[in-house]
Design a binder for this molecule. Structure first.
Ligand code: UD1
Ligand code: CA
Length: 495
C-alpha cells in the first residue's frame, strides 16, 4: 500500500528534500522519533517512499539529532537516498539550505517534505507538482483547513495567490482566526528557492530561519505562489508525541483494513484487527477478532485466521485455518490446520493439509504434506516426510546443552504418545515408535522401536498394603472382568 502502484506519468523533479533533523524530544525516547513505527514501517520509511514516488534525480534527507540511527536506517532501505547534515536546528529555512548545499547549482523543481508526516502519499505530491507546473508557479504549498489551527503557520491569501505564511507565534489575533494552515510541504523552483533562502533573517518569535518567509520574498518580487488545499488533513499531520503516534497508527490501520475489505477480505471486528502495510491478503480470507498480521505476512484465498492470532512474516496457504496462534517466519501449507494455542517459531514449514495442534511448539521444522503433530508437543530441528503422525506429548530432544541436532521421521512413520526422540536420530519410512519410548537409536524402515521399561504388575498389592481403603474395597467387589469398551477395542484390533 505504500508502494505507488500506478505509472508515474509526471516528468521527474530535480530533488526531494526531506527535513528530518529535529529530535522529537516529546517522544521521550532513546531513539529518533522518525524510527518509531506506524503499521509496521517507520515514519521515515513513509516519508522517503512518498518522495521516491516522484522519481527525483536526488532524494536528500536532512539529518541532525540521532544522525547515526537515521543514517543506519536509511542504509537498510532500498531507495537511493543521500543525507545532508544540519548540525544545529536553526529553523526549517536553514534545514533546506543544508539540503541544497549537497546538490550544487541544480535547476528544476525542489520538493520539500517532513520526515514526521507519515500519511502523506506520493499521489498527493504528484498532484502538488502537477498544479505547480500547470500554473507556472515559482512556489506551491500544500495546505488544509483544520478546526484547530493552533500552532500551525497560517496561509495569507489574495484570491488563489498565497501572499505570505505567518507562524502562530508571530500571528496577530486576526490572523490566528484563519483556519487554512501550512502543511510544510512545498514545491519550489530551485533558483527561486536558493535566492529566497539567501535573504532569510531570524527576526521572529523563535529566532529561527523560517522557510515560510520565502513565500513573502517570492510574492513581493512578483512571482506566483500557489496552493493545493487537501481535504485529507491526515496527510498534513505530523507526529510529535506518543499520543499522536497512536492516533496516526489507528487511522493508518483503519485505511489498510478498509482497502482489504473492499478487495474481498472479511474482517469480523476491525477494532481488534491490526494489519501492517505490506501484508498481502487474498480474496475470501476471513480474519476473526484479535488478529494481528505483521511484516511480510501473506494469506491465501479462503484461509481463516484467528481469533487471537499474531503472525509476523508468515505465509499461509489457501483454505488453511490458523486459530489462536503466535507465529513468525513460518509457512503454513494449503488446507492445513494450526491451533488452537500453537507456537510457530522461525523455520516452521507445515505441508499441505498438515496439522499443528493444541499446545504444540515448532521450530526449524519441515513437516510434510498431510503430516500431523496434533497435541502437546515440541518439534524442533526436524524433518517430517509426508503422512507422519506424531503422538501427543512427543518431544524432539534437539539440544544436549551444547549442540543442536536434527531428527528425521520418514514417510508414514508413527510415533507413539509421550515419546522422546533424542537427536540426532532417524526414524525411517513406515517406522513405528511405541508410546512412552525414549528413542536414542535409529529405527529402520517398517521397524518398531520400544524403548521403555517393561510393565511389572504386583497382584493383590492394594489388599495387602492398603487394607480397609476405598481402593481395597472396590478391588474386593470386582468380578474380575475387563471393561466392555476395552474388550471390544482389543477384539477389533485382533480381527
Ligand atoms: C512548520 C512551519 C509551519 C507549518 C508546520 C507544519 C516553518 C517556520 N513553520 O512549523 O508553518 O504549519 O511546520 O507542521 O517552517 N526541522 C529541521 N531542522 C530545523 C527545524 C525543523 O530539520 O532546524 C524539521 C523537523 O524535524 C520537522 C520539520 O522540519 O520534521 C518541521 O519542523 P517543526 O519545528 O516541527 O516546524 P513547526 O515549528 O511546527
Ligand atoms: Ca519550530
Amino acid at each position: 500500500m505504500t508502494a505507488e502502484t500506478h505509472e508515474n506519468d509526471l516528468a521527474p523533479v530535480a530533488a526531494v528534500i526531506v527535513l528530518a533533523a529535529g529530535g522529537g524530544s516529546r517522544m521521550k525516547s532513546s531513539k529518533s522519533k522518525l524510527l518509531h513505527e506506524i503499521s509496521g514501517k517507520t515514519m521515515l520509511h513513509y516519508a522517503v517512499s512518498a518522495g521516491a514516488a516522484l522519481d527525483p534525480e536526488h532524494l536528500v534527507v536532512v539529518v541532525g539529532k540521532y544522525r547515526d540511527q537515521v543514517e543506519d536506517h536509511l542504509g537498510q532501505m532500498s531507495a537511493s537516498v543521500t543525507t545532508a547534515l544540519q548540525e544545529e536546528q536553526l529553523g526549517t529555512g536553514h534545514a533546506v539550505s543544508c539540503g541544497l548545499a549537497e546538490l550544487g547549482n541544480l535547476t528544476g523543481e525542489v520538493v520539500v517534505t517532513y520526515g514526521d508526516v507519515p500519511m502523506l502519499t506520493g499521489d498527493t505530491l504528484r498532484q502538488l507538482v502537477a498544479v505547480h507546473r500547470a500554473h507556472s508557479n515559482s512556489m506551491t504549498v500544500l495546505t488544509a483547513h483544520v478546526d484547530e489551527p493552533t500552532g500551525y503557520g497560517r496561509v495569507l491569501r489574495d484570491g488563489d495567490r498565497v501572499v505570505g505564511i505567518v507562524e502562530h507565534r508571530d500571528a496577530t489575533d486576526e490572523q490566528r482566526r484563519i483556519t487554512e494552515i501550512n502543511s510544510g510541504i512545498y514545491v519550489f523552483d530551485a533558483e527561486t528557492l536558493r535566492e529566497g533562502l539567501a535573504q532569510l533573517g531570524t527576526d521572529n518569535a523563535q529566532g529561527e530561519q523560517y522557510l515560510t518567509d520565502v513565500v513573502t520574498f517570492v510574492h513581493e518580487r512578483g512571482d506566483r505562489v500557489g496552493a493545493v488545499v487537501t481535504d485529507d488533513i491526515w496527510q498534513t499531520e505530523g507526529v510529535n508525541d506518543r499520543i499522536q503516534l497512536a492516533r496516526m497508527n489507528a487511522e493508518m490501520n483503519r485505511r489498510i483494513l478498509d482497502a482489504h475489505m473492499l478487495a474481498g477480505v472479511t474482517i469480523i471486528d476491525p477494532r481488534s484487527t491490526f494489519i501492517d502495510v505490506d501484508v498481502d491478503l487474498a480474496p475470501d480470507v476471513v480474519l476473526m477478532p484479535g488478529t494481528i498480521l505483521q511484516g511480510a505476512t501473506t494469506i491465501g484465498e479462503g484461509a481463516t485466521i484467528g481469533p487471537d492470532t499474531s503472525l509476523m512474516d508468515v505465509e499461509v496457504g489457501a483454505g488453511a485455518e490458523v486459530v489462536r496462534t503466535h507465529g513468525s517466519f513460518a509457512i503454513v501449507g494449503e488446507g492445513a490446520q494450526v491451533g488452537p494455542f500453537s507456537y510457530l517459531r522461525p523455520g516452521t514449514q507445515l505441508g499441505r493439509d498438515g496439522k499443528i495442534g493444541a499446545f504444540v511448539e515448532t521450530k526449524n521444522a519441515v513437516i510434510g504434506d498431510g503430516s500431523k503433530v496434533p497435541h502437546l508437543a515440541y518439534c524442533g530441528d526436524a524433518i517430517l516426510d509426508e503422512g507422519v503422525n506424531i503422538g501427543a506429548g512427543t518431544i524432539f530432544a534437539n539440544y544436549d546443552g551444547v549442540n543442536k541436532s536434527p531428527t528425521h521421521v520418514g514417510k508414514d512413520a508413527f510415533v507413539g504418545s509421550n515419546s522422546v526422540l533424542v537427536a540426532p536420530v532417524d526414524i525411517a519410512a513406515g517406522g513405528f515408535v511405541a508410546a512412552g519410548s525414549a528413542v536414542t537409536e535409529d529405527v529402520p524402515a517398517g521397524g518398531l522401536a520400544i524403548a521403555r521399561g517393561r510393565q511389572h504388575t504386583a497382584e493383590g498389592w492394594v489388599t495387602k498394603r492398603r487394607p480397609g481403603s476405598r481402593a481395597a474395597k472396590a478391588a474386593a467387589e470386582h468380578d474380575g472382568s475387563i471393561h466392555r469398551s476395552i474388550e471390544e477395542s482389543r477384539s477389533q484390533q485382533k480381527g
